[in-house]
Design a protein around this ligand. Structure first.
Ligand code: DGY
Length: 322
């Protein structure tokens, strides 16, 4: 055998066993701590493969610290903005991700956030738990209707289609904007293409699903938020920096838009003094879009299987760069 794999966090045993069929496996031992940078740089020296998470910055420095044996970096995530894919390509290192398996789980969470923000669920629960519920009251904690409303999907890929599928069950009118047209989503779920500005102006709910790239960073800024309806809800389950967080805080605080449901942030974990935490109309989750037991286990297994494929000289199933 002779291969060595470094895994930056404890993963389900099912995934580690797959890796052990092809290599000696070292796992950073702390349960829920990202590996500190200096430790990462030291630990990866001489390894053939790295299994990384979105909390690990995989740049040229890490690749060079690993050295010439490094053949593959397998990210346990569909997003791979934490990896410098150009630096990997320049060194002949394969990068893999975990598309597909998390689609439905993430779409479920996007819809849960949409419903929670529209109907003020977390605010209502805080209200009850705080002992503030004195009587039934006609306009108490009233929110926005989801059924029959207009949904705008920003970034139509697999997850976008899965969100559209759910929205069609709520009889929603579905608009989308994307780099390219998606005829299947148009035929199957009646999705209608709109340029971003038109979508923002028409939608009652805007769900952000684009990957983070130089083009999408800050895509939803002050100008874009100003185009949205005052009754609109913004949901982001993609990457925090796609939305200008300062502008979003202002839009929420001034009730320029109705609410937001967020799973991702500029800085994760969200600092406890962040102004978003002061806002009742923000539903805030700790980046759990794909967090079902089955999906997270499958993601780890997929990453492990891709590592094994590369070590055996085969094509990995989910390469993002060759
Ligand atoms: C991803 O896969 O990119 C998510 O953000 C975590 O599942």
């Amino acid at each position: 055998m002779g291969y060595r794999v470094y895994v930056t966090r404890k993963l389900p045993e099912a995934a580690l066993s797959i890796l052990r069929t092809a290599a000696d496996v070292t796992v950073y031992p702390e349960e829920d701590e990202p590996v500190p940078r200096a430790r990462l740089l030291a630990d990866v020296a001489g390894t053939d493969a790295i299994v990384s998470l979105l909390t690990d910055r995989m740049d040229a420095e890490v690749m060079d610290a690993a050295g010439p044996n490094l053949k593959v970096i397998a990210n346990v995530a569909v997003g791979y903005d934490n990896i410098d894919v150009a630096a990997a390509a320049a060194r002949g290192i394969t990068v893999t991700n975990t598309p597909g398996v998390l689609t439905e789980t993430t779409a479920d969470l996007a819809f849960a956030l949409l419903l929670a923000a529209a109907r003020r669920l977390t605010e209502a629960e805080r209200y009850l738990r705080a002992g503030r519920w004195r009587t039934w009251s006609p306009m108490l904690l009233t929110g926005q209707d989801v059924y029959g409303a207009t949904l705008g999907i920003v970034g139509m890929g697999r997850i976008g289609e899965a969100v559209a599928k759910r929205a069609s069950g709520f009889d929603m009118r579905i608009l989308y904007t994307s780099r390219s047209r998606h005829p299947e989503a148009e035929t199957r779920y009646g999705c209608v293409y709109r340029p971003l500005d038109a979508l923002l102006a028409e939608a009652d709910f805007v769900v952000v699903l684009t990957p983070l790239t130089p083009e999408t960073r800050g895509l939803i800024g002050r100008r874009e938020l100003a185009l949205m309806k005052q009754s609109a809800v913004l949901v982001n389950v993609a990457r925090g920096p796609v939305v200008d967080e300062t502008a979003l805080v202002e839009a929420l605080a001034s009730r320029r838009i109705f609410a937001a449901g967020l799973d991702v942030y500029h800085q994760e974990p969200l600092p406890m003094d962040h102004p978003l935490l002061q806002l009742d109309n923000a539903v805030l989750l700790p980046h759990i879009g794909s967090a079902s037991i089955r999906t997270r286990t499958r993601m780890a297994e997929m990453a492990a299987a891709d590592v094994v494929a590369v070590l055996r000289g085969e094509e990995p199933a989910h390469p993002v760069v060759r």
